[in-house]
Design a binder for this molecule. Structure first.
Ligand code: MN
Length: 250
């Protein structure tokens, strides 16, 4: 079984077909959403797929224009074990909404904390320091998706017990490789961030996760088999430690 820990299945043109292919190829997918309103339908279309989990999300680039959906987020939270994509985006084009993003993110993680924590897929582009300080001591597990922070921020994240989901674009870049080489092997999971990413000019698909293993093998100086086994074992650790054994499929 391979694992795509951050994929926007609902944003493909043909989500149903993608789901069918994921079932056939035995792929575990954390299907992240970008708005609370998208959660129900995204969850419904995957209800027959045992290995697809739908996360309740509110993307930092969207939260400011749909702020009133925070109420729906709180309403839905008791139904879900996974939250994502949430976080902050401090890129230049998002700076005008940063304060709103921050107040929304604070509300979200406060709700999560009060409900005992969740497994969270976190966006932290150009905002890792703030994201990490907000998440400090919050109940739950943070999986930093496509982490691109500084060395200091990386050290803070590792010390806070964060997990990391890494994809092909990250592993193809010099900075990304450098980051991955400093993360403890046991805290790494794989992701596509599809359909926002491309491979050889085509939109990435969850089964493109296979392309990640040779890259990770190079960094770890391990065989592709051992690399795959390490990622699967990391995933098992994550779900067993969080009482989600039903997510384990042998
Ligand atoms: Mn994403």
């Amino acid at each position: 079984m391979i694992i795509d820990m951050h994929c926007h299945i609902d944003l493909y043109k043909n989500p149903q077909e993608v789901i069918k292919d994921c079932i056939e190829s035995d792929i575990y997918v954390l299907s992240v959403t970008t708005t609370p309103k998208a959660w129900k339908i995204t969850n419904d279309i995957a209800k027959d797929a045992k290995k697809i989990r739908t996360a309740l999300g509110f993307h930092p680039q969207i939260i400011a224009q749909r702020y009133n959906e925070l109420e729906l987020f709180d309403e839905l939270l008791p139904n879900v074990k996974y939250v994502g994509e949430i976080g902050l985006d401090g890129s230049r084009e998002c700076l005008d909404t940063f304060e709103t993003q921050l107040s929304g993110f604070r509300r979200i993680i406060k709700s999560i904390h009060q409900r005992g924590g969740r497994i969270m897929s976190i966006h932290s582009r150009n905002a890792a320091e703030t994201v990490l300080s907000e998440l400090h001591n919050v109940n739950g597990i943070s999986i930093l998706h496509w982490f691109s922070g500084s060395k200091t921020e990386l050290t803070t994240a590792i010390n806070q017990g964060c997990w990391f989901s890494v994809g092909l674009p990250m592993l193809k870049s010099k900075k990304g490789k450098e980051i991955v080489s400093h993360i403890p092997k046991g805290k790494i999971l794989t992701e596509t961030d599809a359909p926002f990413t491309k491979h050889d000019g085509n939109i990435s698909m969850p089964w493109d996760i296979e392309l990640i293993f040779p890259e990770l093998s190079n960094i770890w100086h391990s065989s592709i088999e051992d690399t795959k086994e390490q990622i699967f074992s990391n995933f098992k650790t994550l779900v067993i430690n969080n009482n989600m054994k039903e997510d384990i499929i042998s």
